[in-house]
Design a protein around this ligand. Structure first.
Ligand SMILES: [Fe+2]
Ligand SMILES: [Fe+2]
Length: 381
């Protein structure tokens, strides 16, 4: 019978998930049981493999340098025993602030995959969206995030009970929380978004456009939803976003749920913001303030591209493969985006299980390349 947990974890893999100026995140799955010795730049780290998924962050690395990594233990594929990663240089100037984003937590969802057959077997004390969301937030806070931005689809159906769960979840962050709604918060026949301020966590929900001046940049949160629909729209708020971007003292970080489609008609599911409208929006932002990063969720995948001087990113979901949160390190002269897999076993075992969705295509599609997850970006002058 299909379901979670799986009978087998599939073929052995060791992956370099994240490379940042001073850290790397390595993940693995399907190795033998036993101790793993991981050396990075000559420093040795010992961890235990239980045959399932696992991971390790190694920090304290020198930026803009090549680092030799050697992994030793049971069941490691030969070509992943030794490899080199190159850390990027950080943007100019000191670090001023760091914050995190999560998206597509989907509290209340009970399945994944096209056939809806990927489910947890039996009675589950804490369903996977809760486990994955909680662990992602805890790991982002452990990393040092001073603020949390939630990019929509926090709840799956928007019932009062799910909003209560959402509020309790966000309260675990212990830092200011700002949220934009996703299409799952504005579904037809369901209460449109929760209260604008969640009582326990103090999380604010942007129903139009809002801005916060943070150290080193202006955060602009945008509601890109269309009531009762899955796709997004930004035409009606583009001028407001442009004014806020133009009037910012420094760079601008725009957070919304829907992604900018490249084409008028979406060529994959789910639909985002139609191509022409999306390009106009990004051009408007670029003209108003070329020192900009625009980021979205919704696709549950990781991608980075550019629209002129603007960096445009999509970041995956907390609850399905690869199961991530994003960290942003704001420097005087730029910004670092890192996308890290949530490593807590109670989260990672589920997200690793969903790698095999859509006949395994999901695992190859959603993860993106290293350059689709991590960037050290210097703002243009
Ligand atoms: Fe979603
Ligand atoms: Fe969505």
């Amino acid at each position: 019978m299909p379901g979670f947990p799986p009978r087998s974890w599939g073929r052995a893999r060791v992956e370099t998930f994240t490379v940042e100026p001073t850290a790397v995140q390595l993940t693995w799955v399907g190795l033998g049981r036993g101790p793993l010795a991981i050396s990075v730049g000559g420093e040795r780290h010992m961890v235990d493999s239980d045959g399932g998924p696992g991971g390790l962050v190694v920090g304290g690395l020198s930026p803009a340098a090549a680092h030799r990594i050697h992994v030793d233990g049971p069941g490691i594929p030969d070509r992943r025993r030794s490899f080199t990663v190159r850390t990027p240089a950080p943007p100019p100037g000191p670090e001023l602030f760091r914050f995190a984003t999560v998206s597509d937590v989907h509290l209340g969802a009970d399945h994944f995959g096209l056939t809806k057959r990927m489910r947890e077997r039996g009675q589950v004390a804490e369903p996977h969206p809760e486990r994955c969301g909680q662990a992602a937030i805890a790991e982002a806070m452990g990393w040092g995030a001073e603020m949390l931005v939630v990019k929509g689809d926090l709840v799956d159906a928007g019932s009062a009970e799910q909003w209560d769960d959402a509020d309790r979840l966000l309260a675990t962050a212990g830092v200011p929380v700002s949220m934009v709604p996703g299409n799952h918060e504005v579904r037809r026949d369901r209460p449109t978004a929760g209260p604008l301020l969640l009582p326990l966590s103090g999380a604010e929900i942007t129903m139009g456009v809002r801005c916060h001046d943070l150290p080193g940049l202006r955060l602009v949160t945008v509601n890109s939803t269309v009531d009762g629909h899955g796709h997004g729209a930004v035409r009606h708020i583009a001028d407001e976003v442009a004014t806020l971007a133009a009037e910012a003292d420094g760079p601008v970080f725009v957070a919304m749920h829907h992604y900018a489609q490249r084409f008028e008609v979406p060529w994959f599911w789910p639909p985002g913001i139609p191509g022409r409208e999306a390009r106009q929006f990004l051009s408007t932002v670029a003209r108003a303030n070329p020192r900009a990063l625009v980021t979205s969720g919704h696709t549950h995948r990781n991608r980075i591209r550019r629209h002129g001087p603007v960096v445009v990113t999509e970041v995956g979901s907390t609850k399905d493969f690869p199961g991530v949160w994003a960290g942003y390190v704001v420097h005087e002269g730029g910004i670092v985006q890192t996308v890290r897999r949530t490593l807590a076993p109670e989260a990672m075992r589920w997200t690793e299980y969903t790698r095999r969705a859509v006949g395994g295509i999901w695992g190859r599609w959603s993860i993106g390349s290293l350059d689709d997850r991590c960037i050290s970006h210097t703002w243009p002058r």
